[in-house]
Design a protein around this ligand. Structure first.
Ligand code: ADP
Ligand code: MG
Length: 214
């Protein structure tokens, strides 16, 4: 049985957001390339702009609790990301923030709740299901894998590794799918054969969290 008493500090949450900004900036051209195949070629710019705006806002709330940090992140993404993904990622961080309101550190169950509530926020807002070729194809298997790992007695890092593996698989699972939601759905059958940009940025965000915990 693995030890599950590791705690995620507020500093690590700040590092996660900073690392997310770095990874999204590094992958800006890649995300844009994916979005140019089945969308309007702005997903890289949208995500980089959004997380750069988050980085600008963080110093002002760095002394607040994790819930406040994540709520600020969500509100900043909603207001700074043009495009569908802004309100969806905004919903993730706002709903996730509510799950950990007032906390200065998170245990494994807190993180599980943050991920579960946050991804439910995305589903409620966008009404996509697994198989619709959206970020939900990465989020839902990832969150399920995290919960299963905790139930199996894995520690936070090991559970997060399985979560990221599932997100990566979910991301790749979008390639053969026909898009049913969002801009890519306008292409009908021509959306088949391309990896979904939003599922890719979701994988990158979760990977940034794993990197932060290691
Ligand atoms: P836009 O489509 O407005 O240009 P982006 O390019 O930033 O916005 O984001 C596109 C991504 O948003 C898609 O790759 C997909 O993952 C995600 N997306 C679009 N619609 C939905 C939805 N209804 N539910 C979940 N995710 C969605
Ligand atoms: Mg786009």
């Amino acid at each position: 049985m693995a030890e599950n008493n590791m705690l995620i500090t507020k500093e690590q949450i700040i590092q996660w957001l900073a690392k997310s900004a770095a990874i999204l900036n590094e992958n800006k051209a890649y995300l844009t390339e994916l979005d140019s195949a089945i969308g309007d070629a702005d997903h890289g710019a949208n995500m980089a702009r959004g997380f750069n705006a988050v980085l600008d806002k963080l110093p002002a709330v760095a002394d607040k609790d994790i819930g406040t940090l994540l709520k600020t992140t969500g509100m900043t993404l909603m207001s700074s990301v043009g495009g569908t993904s802004g309100p969806l990622y905004g919903a993730f961080f706002m709903r996730g923030a509510s799950a950990v309101a007032g906390k200065a550190e998170l245990n494994a169950d807190d993180l599980g709740q943050l991920l579960a509530d946050g991804s439910s926020g995305i589903v409620q807002r966008g009404r996509a299901e697994v198989g619709d070729k959206t970020m939900v194809d990465a989020w839902l298997p990832a969150v399920a894998a995290f919960k299963t790992a905790l139930a199996d007695g894995k520690d936070i890092s090991a559970a997060m590794q399985l979560c990221v593996d599932a997100a990566e698989q979910g991301m790749r699972s979008t390639i053969p799918l026909q898009a049913k939601k969002g801009r890519a759905s306008y292409l009908g059958g021509r959306s088949i054969g391309h990896q979904d940009p939003g599922a890719t940025s979701t994988y990158l965000l979760l990977k940034a969290l794993l990197d932060t915990l290691e």
